[in-house]
Ligand binder design. Structure first.
Ligand code: SF4
Length: 181
C-alpha cells in the first residue's frame, strides 16, 4: 500500500492518529464538493474563447477538479455564463438554471454577462442577475484566464464552507423566492 501524503493545509479540521482520521461529515462533503465542481459552460461570444484558454494546457482548469464539462444541466453544479445574453435568450438561460439540481453555483464572467457591457441596447439583457441569482462575478472585457481561475476558486470556497443543506437556509430560500424560482 502506498503512503499518501496530504498537505495539512488541505485537511479539514479533525482528530488524527496512526491509521485514522476523524472529522465531521459536513467537512468531508464540503471537501468533495469543492474539488469536483462540474461546469456547464453557457458561452455565447468572445468571453467563451477565454474560457477555452482556461481549459487548455497552460491554465488547465483540470488542476482544480473541474475538467469534466457538462452540457446537460442535470449533471452540472457550476453554471458559467460567458458572453452577451440577449433578452430572447434569457428564458433559455433561466430554464437551464432551473434544471440544475441543488447545490448549484453561478459564475458570471465578463462585462456583458454582468451588466450588458458595451451593448446598452434594447435587445441585450443588462446583467444576468435580472433573471437568475449570481454567486461570483468576474470583471473584464474579456477577463483573462487567471481571473477565471480566481472566480472558480471563489466558488470552491463557497462550495466548501456553505451548509451542505444549502437549499434549506432561510436566506437562500428567500433569494430563490425573490427571483420567483
Ligand atoms: S465582456 Fe467583452 S469579451 Fe466578453 S463577451 Fe462581452 S464584449 Fe466579448
Amino acid at each position: 500500500m502506498s503512503n499518501i501524503i496530504v498537505n495539512p493545509k488541505y485537511e479539514p479540521p479533525g482528530i488524527k492518529g496512526e491509521g485514522f482520521f476523524a472529522t465531521k461529515l459536513s467537512d468531508v462533503i464540503g471537501l468533495a464538493r469543492k474539488n469536483s465542481l462540474w461546469p456547464l459552460p453557457f458561452a455565447t461570444s468572445c468571453c467563451g474563447i477565454e474560457f477555452m484558454a482556461t481549459m487548455a494546457s497552460t491554465y488547465d482548469l483540470a488542476r482544480y477538479g473541474s475538467e469534466r464539462m457538462s452540457f446537460s444541466p442535470r449533471q452540472a453544479d457550476m453554471l458559467m455564463v460567458m458572453g452577451t445574453i440577449s433578452k430572447k435568450l434569457g428564458p433559455v438561460l433561466r430554464q437551464v438554471y432551473e434544471q440544475m439540481a441543488e447545490p448549484k453555483w453561478v459564475l458570471c464572467m465578463g462585462a456583458c454577462a454582468s451588466s450588458g457591457g458595451i451593448f446598452d441596447t434594447y435587445s441585450v439583457l443588462q446583467g444576468i442577475d435580472r433573471i437568475i441569482p449570481v454567486d461570483v462575478y468576474i470583471p473584464g472585457c474579456p477577463p483573462r484566464p487567471e481571473q477565471v481561475l480566481d472566480g472558480v476558486l471563489k466558488i470552491q470556497e463557497l462550495a466548501q464552507n456553505e451548509s451542505f443543506r444549502r437549499r434549506d437556509l432561510p436566506e437562500y430560500k428567500k433569494l430563490q423566492m425573490d427571483y420567483g424560482i
